[in-house]
Design a protein. Structure first.
Length: 269
């Protein structure tokens, strides 16, 4: 995947160097603060959230699919372990945002919600998750997919919008300013942080939808954006393999939303 050194992969490297003890602790219901401060700008008191982030990095599943079916039936075909960690998350509050508009204010709304919840309402373990589907799902593919399948051209054709690259996964270096400087207007808590890597570092979990992947694959085939002449299942597999680092794959977003609501998540439309 073509991602910059500023991506959340640093958290995975940190976890690997520390071993898998953190995962065991989270699964057992205890918390951990093994994530370095620079990898997560949220307060150090957010121990449940920090523990979850470590565990998720170790439990996002395979990305080596050759072909996938239309309807997923085997838990090994989605990030089942990661989703179960989310379902069991003990921190509060928990929200799932229904995000479909690629060019809408979805990233800004999640950032503002986190700022108010954590710093005004003093809820450091607040968990924000993004039910990312519809056109917004295209933000969850790496630049390789955007280039290979000419997503800028596809977006211009289907949405009548101009965009030349996946700017949603580009993080500005100033967004890594000191976490102690909450009021910094160019820091991670400002609009500069309206991108996927910066929000992931703060603890936002982006959920990907297999159904959206399948439907985009079909649309790409029909519109001539299939340079390797892949079958439907093969093209969907290629898209799945190039989800951005840290995205959690679900068998279907809206069905997963219902399960998350049953496990205490508040649905934000």
């Amino acid at each position: 995947m073509q991602q910059s050194s500023q991506s959340p992969v640093s958290r995975r490297q940190l976890l690997q160097s520390a071993g898998l003890a953190t995962v065991g602790a989270v699964m057992a219901g205890t918390s951990s603060a093994t994530i370095a401060a620079e990898a997560n700008p949220e307060p150090v008191s957010a121990k449940n959230l920090r523990g979850l982030m470590s565990a998720l990095q170790a439990n996002v599943g395979r990305r080596d699919f050759r072909e996938v079916p239309m309807i997923l039936t085997d838990p090994s075909d989605w990030d089942d372990k990661a989703l179960k960690l989310l379902f069991a998350y003990a921190g509060q509050p928990k929200e799932i945002f229904d995000n479909t508009d690629l060019f809408g204010p979805w990233l800004n709304l999640m950032r503002n919600t986190m700022n108010a919840m954590v710093y005004a309402w003093k809820q450091p373990d607040f968990l924000a998750t993004s039910a990312t589907h519809g056109p917004a799902a295209m933000a969850l593919y790496d630049q390789h997919v955007w280039d290979k399948y000419n997503l800028p051209g596809f977006i211009a054709q289907k949405l009548d919008k101009k965009i030349d690259r996946n700017a949603f996964i580009e993080e500005k270096s100033v967004a890594k300013a000191s976490a102690d400087d909450v009021q910094n207007e160019t820091g991670p808590f400002s609009a500069v942080g309206n991108n996927i890597p910066a929000l992931q570092r703060r603890g936002v979990v982006f959920l990907a939808c297999h159904n959206a992947i399948w439907e985009l694959s079909e649309a790409l085939m029909k519109s001539g954006h299939n340079p390797d002449k892949l079958s439907h299942g093969q093209l969907a597999a290629d898209l799945t393999n190039h989800l951005v680092e840290g995205a959690v794959l679900t068998p279907g977003i809206l069905a997963t939303v219902a399960v998350m609501q049953r496990n205490g998540f508040h649905y934000v439309i």
